[in-house]
Design a binder for this molecule. Structure first.
Ligand code: SF4
Length: 281
């Protein structure tokens, strides 16, 4: 990184994605933001975290991107919604960050996960970073809601070893209420990954009264089992760790009184996925 930038650049490394980060890229002119998105030579990152065991196989470095077009009611990182809340980082800088860890990642059977926000808002940057990771022989995983999956070419999909695909809920009206968007493009991306035999780990956030309808879970399980490329399902219990961010950002938070699901409810959801023939945790 050039010295003058290093002097002003906020640290990219965070202990966890629950650190609140705002306005770190707000000084970047609008035209630079647009050309960064178009070329992918620069991206906006909320942070890098190391040592994650929750975002793919082994121990991972996770690059958390900013920018998301969805507004999931249960989102625990609303500070990642705005692109310019992130630190502007060139592909070369991000690659250098990754290079520091590549040997230990291999020893720990891990790799690089790009999460967010929604990484494919910055699909050119993400594709470039995955390419360099792939060239370094670092395992790559994309954590995505899949809505912009069609922005990636078939060749770019080959640089992604694993897709952590979030399916939020099945029923279209419930999905719109929950996220503000349709789930059709997500399901289409899942079908495309299946056709190209790219592995998926499905992620499903269980939220009492929002995503726990047994008929919806059964439909997701049937769909996922029919794809043939879903290696595992992670049922992620809703939690309140992001609540303080809504308060600090002054954003209305509809789920402030929602409790995490019980252990029994999580186990019931896992059992539904297992009943469809899937491995679920
Ligand atoms: S898709 Fe992810 S980052 Fe975007 S609003 Fe939903 S939970 Fe938050």
């Amino acid at each position: 990184m050039p010295e003058d930038r290093a002097a002003v650049q906020p640290s990219l490394e965070a202990k966890s994605p629950y650190e609140l980060r705002v306005g770190l890229g707000k000084g970047v002119p609008e035209t630079d933001v647009r050309s960064a998105l178009a070329s992918g030579d620069m991206g906006f990152l909320h942070s890098f975290t190391t040592g994650s065991t929750l975002d793919g196989p082994g121990v991972r470095v996770v690059a958390w991107t900013t920018g998301c077009m969805w507004r999931c009611l249960y989102c625990h990182n609303p500070d990642t919604w705005t692109l310019t809340n992130g630190v502007p980082v060139s592909v070369a800088e991000a690659t250098e960050e990754l290079r520091k860890y590549r040997h230990s990642l291999k020893i720990m059977s891990g790799g690089l996960t790009i999460s967010g926000g929604e990484p494919l808002v910055q699909h050119r940057f993400v594709a470039k970073l995955f390419r360099t990771a792939h060239e370094m022989k670092v395992h790559t995983a994309l954590d995505t809601n899949g809505y912009y999956g069609d922005r990636l070419s078939d060749a770019e999909l080959e640089w992604i070893d694993l897709v952590l695909l979030d399916i939020k809920t099945w029923d279209l009206e419930r999905h719109r209420k929950l996220t503000g968007m349709d789930n059709g493009p997500t399901l289409e991306f899942a079908r495309r990954l299946a056709a190209r035999r790219r592995p998926i780990w499905l992620r499903f956030v269980l939220v009492p009264d929002l995503t726990d309808a047994p008929e919806d879970i059964a439909q997701i399980a049937r769909f996922a089992a029919g794809l043939g490329n879903v290696e595992r399902v992670d049922v992620l219990p809703f939690h309140q760790m992001g609540r303080y961010k809504y308060e600090r950002l002054g954003i209305a938070y509809a789920l402030k009184d929602t409790l995490p699901p019980s252990a029994e409810a999580v186990e019931r959801a896992c059992a539904q996925f297992r009943a469809a023939g899937l491995t679920a945790y």
